[in-house]
Design a protein around this ligand. Structure first.
Ligand code: PLP
Length: 499
């Protein structure tokens, strides 16, 4: 009983009162105008309602707020009842309710969470939504270079069978040469693993390393797959601050403060999602020095390294770490606009002598999934050679460049909103001045923006930001769509308050 936290108590009470009132998740969702997924998060103790939602819930269930938030012993009653229910179910052979595994406790990926569920419901009902929520280039008319598509078609017949579990030799050789150009130290063909997107390899890298309670430093804000993968592997994500006042660079003093004897590694997302920051070599050097001082593995997510603007140059942190293990992630989803093909890779570089056990673990996990998709691997060589990236999109007159200029200036002209200019990728992470626009629950704000203006953004807390004062915009849509979105946001924020 003493182990229960507020979310557990709330979820027990909610379950109890839903049962008493004969209500299902769908009744609650319809009654409150929220998604079923949001109710499910409450019932599984993953989320706690905002004060506004709590009041609405109490009114809807015709109970007092204290009936929902105080420990009234409903958990024990429900457990007893469910014990009885189970026995009688066995007798009747009625189907049993199947819950998600306990391993998923605390694992969250709100990029595809309750706000998107609500957007999908609205779309099904015929509403036109402006989607600024997901970094998927193809729906916004960014297409893969023809040569990449032609080569995949050409290689399709030869791609029918499984490949080596780490990937085709030609694909890995191309990655190896790419690493040579970026000055990665000590990378051989066997240090390269292809994956079904970088995503699969991120999960694999965490699963192969972490014991329960091991800590990994993750940026805040983050790309939430990192936090989710660490949790799923039994580890503890420890978020370090990226500093908006310094171009969103990692705050080195904050990182240092969070290192403990359980810290196994540090994640660097460069260029960054969601801030669009590109880290200068001086910052990377300081992170490399910390890795050396505290014996940390560096996990470098560089999926946007070919989408840099303003003539800036991306430096891989691997090039600064000849004497430590660095694990770098990359892929074709963004640079080559083939997110659906699921093509990624992971590279081990630096001094690997002390990491044989970890590498054995990675090899085992890589073999267990047999191989990554082979048609996807067959285009890596073409994609990384020649002129395939579409640099023309990133310079003045190019769509990504011009859309960044527009969104950056337009957001900064909305009263109460300010944004740092991104250097790379296609994300911007604006700040809301909470003194001018009072917000306590940014998921609720995202839902309200969706319902009122039909604009879908991602609230900052979904990227593990610790305050409800940021949101992420993907500026891939055409300028005319961005203009409509900015007009809608200006109107929304001019009148919005959660007070
Ligand atoms: N890493 C970052 C920082 C991302 O933003 C994304 C996708 O948005 C990924 C990894 C996943 O990439 P992939 O499509 O290769 O799985």
């Amino acid at each position: 009983m003493s182990d229960k936290n507020v979310k557990d108590i709330f979820s027990e009470n909610l379950r109890y009162w839903m049962n008493e009132r004969g209500m299902k998740q769908s009744d609650l969702a319809a009654g409150l105008g929220i998604s079923e997924a949001a109710v499910s998060f409450w019932l599984s103790s993953q989320k706690y309602p905002s004060p506004v939602k709590l009041q609405m819930l109490a009114e809807f269930l015709k109970v007092r707020k204290s009936d929902l938030i105080e420990d009234n012993g409903h958990g024990e009653a429900a457990a007893e009842a469910s014990g009885r229910e189970e026995t009688s179910q066995k007798k009747d052979k009625a189907p049993r309710k199947v819950d998600k595994s306990e391993k998923l406790e605390g694992v969250c990926y709100d990029v595809r969470g309750p706000v998107l569920d609500e957007a999908n419901r609205m779309i099904e009902n015929g509403t036109n939504i402006i989607k600024l929520n997901i970094g998927n280039p193809a729906p916004f008319e960014f297409y893969a270079p023809d040569e990449v598509i032609e080569d995949m078609i050409r290689n399709l017949r030869a791609s029918e069978g499984y490949s080596d579990s780490k990937g085709l030799f030609s694909a890995r050789k191309a990655v190896m040469q790419y690493c040579q150009l970026k000055k990665f130290p000590n990378v051989g063909i066997n240090d390269i693993y292809t994956g079904n997107g970088a995503s699969e390899l991120i999960t694999m890298a965490m699963n192969g390393l972490l014991n329960n309670g091991d800590e990994i430093l993750v940026p805040m804000p983050d790309y939430p797959l990192w936090t989710a993968s660490i949790k799923l592997s039994g580890g503890e994500p420890v978020h370090y601050r990226c500093d908006e006042a310094s171009n969103w660079y990692p705050d080195i003093a904050d990182i240092r403060k969070r290192i403990t004897d359980k810290t196994r590694g540090i994640v660097i997302i460069n260029p960054n999602n969601p801030t669009g920051a590109l880290y200068p070599v001086e910052i990377l050097q300081q992170v490399a020095d910390l890795a050396r001082e505290f014996d940390l593995i560096v996990f470098a997510d560089e999926i946007y390294d070919r989408l840099v603007m303003d003539g800036k140059v991306h430096v891989s942190i691997a090039s600064l770490l000849p004497d430590r293990l660095c694990v770098t992630f990359n892929g074709l989803s963004k640079s080559h606009k083939v997110a659906g093909f699921r093509v990624g890779w992971m590279v081990l570089s630096g001094d690997k002598r002390r990491y044989k056990g970890y590498i054995e673990g990675l090899n085992l996990l890589s073999s267990m999934r047999l191989c990554s998709n082979v048609p996807g691997q067959s285009i890596i060589q073409t994609a990384l050679g020649g002129q395939q990236v579409g640099e023309q999109l990133l310079v003045p007159g190019g769509r990504i460049f011009e859309q960044r200029e527009y969104i950056y200036n337009a957001l900064n002209s909305i009263p109460g909103i300010s944004a740092t200019k991104p250097d790379a990728a296609f994300y911007i992470f604006p700040k809301i001045d909470l003194k001018k626009i009072p917000i306590f629950d940014d998921e609720q704000m995202a839902l309200d923006l969706l319902k009122e203006q039909h604009i879908l953004i991602l609230q900052g807390t979904a990227m593990n930001w610790d305050s409800p004062d940021h949101f992420r915009i993907v500026y891939l849509p055409h300028r005319r769509t961005l203009e409509k979105a900015v007009d809608g946001m200006a109107e929304f924020f001019a009148n919005y308050s959660q007070e």
